[in-house]
Design a protein. Structure first.
Length: 322
């Protein structure tokens, strides 16, 4: 899937490990949470709360991204975004990311430049920096990102705290990445908006801490599909969750793409992953913050229903090795 580099292209092997590290870190400014950035044996990141929220994701070429569908900068942004979504889903504020890169020696330096440019850009979008990491040789291009966060004195918002009577709401986009995947799978590269959603998710970083401050009882990010991820919340909280489709705001662009492909946009919103929207439970409707969309309720029992009935389409979401 990746084009072969020209024979005279500058490669990471030519630069060497430390040369590449210098290339992708020099001249980069660090925000206040970074007390000591790249260049030493380890980074030092402020943890005023006394606790550190941490999450790691690994992205493998051909499994999580394709360089014939996305450019290196987009892949770099996605690698950071999917990790930061997990941090804010706990109600924490991001404080830094560590990056591990494994790649073949003949990888073009410009590809690495693009990856790290995207990582720095997405980190900056969340008000943080790339504070350190590692680089190794590998037969496959692999990106590992560890994200760190600060709870600011609050309790973490887990997926196990939902209670009967809670209101369910989401923030961010649902169904856009699934629509983009459907478009790319047909061999098209437009509409740009939905294709871009598949290439680079846009998690609502501010919405996670906002929900925590508002009293959210449970929260998670939608990585594998709304219904599949709500199944995790229902099981962890030992409750039943009912999603009401009348609460969804279906964007006209999704309607247009679905019409062109003969698809159901609501199915994308219910089962499509990789948008990394946030979904949370709140004790009362009055506690649902602005920019969050109420879409259901939590009750006694188990499992997830849609408009009071089991969903007829597939809802299992993505699971490795299955």
């Amino acid at each position: 899937m990746r084009p072969e580099p020209p024979r005279d292209a500058e490669t990471v092997a030519g630069l060497g490990e430390f040369g590449l590290i210098r290339r992708v870190t020099e001249g980069r400014a660090q925000p206040p949470p970074t007390l000591l950035g790249p260049g030493d044996d380890a980074a030092v990141v402020a943890a005023a709360d006394g606790r550190v929220v941490a999450s790691t994701d690994v992205l493998v070429e051909g499994v999580h991204f394709r360089l014939d569908w996305s450019n290196p900068e987009q892949v770099g942004r996605k690698a950071v975004a999917v990790n930061l979504a997990d941090i804010v889903a706990m109600g924490a504020v991001p404080t830094g990311v560590l990056v591990g890169l494994a790649c073949p020696g003949d990888t073009r330096v410009e590809l690495a430049d693009g990856l790290f440019a995207g990582m720095w850009q997405e980190a900056a979008n969340a008000g943080i920096g790339v504070v350190g990491g590692d680089m190794v040789t590998s037969e496959t291009l692999v990106i590992s990102v560890t994200a760190l966060g600060d709870l600011e004195g609050r309790a973490p918002v887990t997926r196990s705290g939902a209670r009967p009577g809670d209101v369910l709401a989401y923030a961010g986009r649902l169904g856009w990445a699934a629509a983009g995947l459907a478009v790319l799978g047909r061999g098209f590269r437009s509409p740009v908006a939905v294709v871009g959603a598949q290439r680079v998710p846009e998690p609502p970083y501010a919405a996670g801490p906002q929900a925590a401050r508002a009293g959210a009882t449970a929260m998670l990010d939608v990585s594998d599909g709304l219904l599949a991820d709500l199944g995790h919340m229902a099981a962890a909280s030992e409750v039943a969750i009912n999603v009401r489709t009348e609460g969804f705001e279906v964007h006209q662009r999704l309607l247009d793409v679905a019409s062109a492909l003969g698809a159901d946009p609501l199915h994308w919103m219910l089962t499509g992953g990789e948008d990394h929207a946030l979904v949370a439970a709140f004790p009362t409707p009055g506690q649902v913050p602005d920019d969050w969309h109420p879409i259901g309720w939590v009750g006694k029992g188990s499992g997830v229903t849609v408009d009071g009935r089991p969903y007829e389409g597939p809802t299992n979401g993505w699971e490795h090795w299955r």
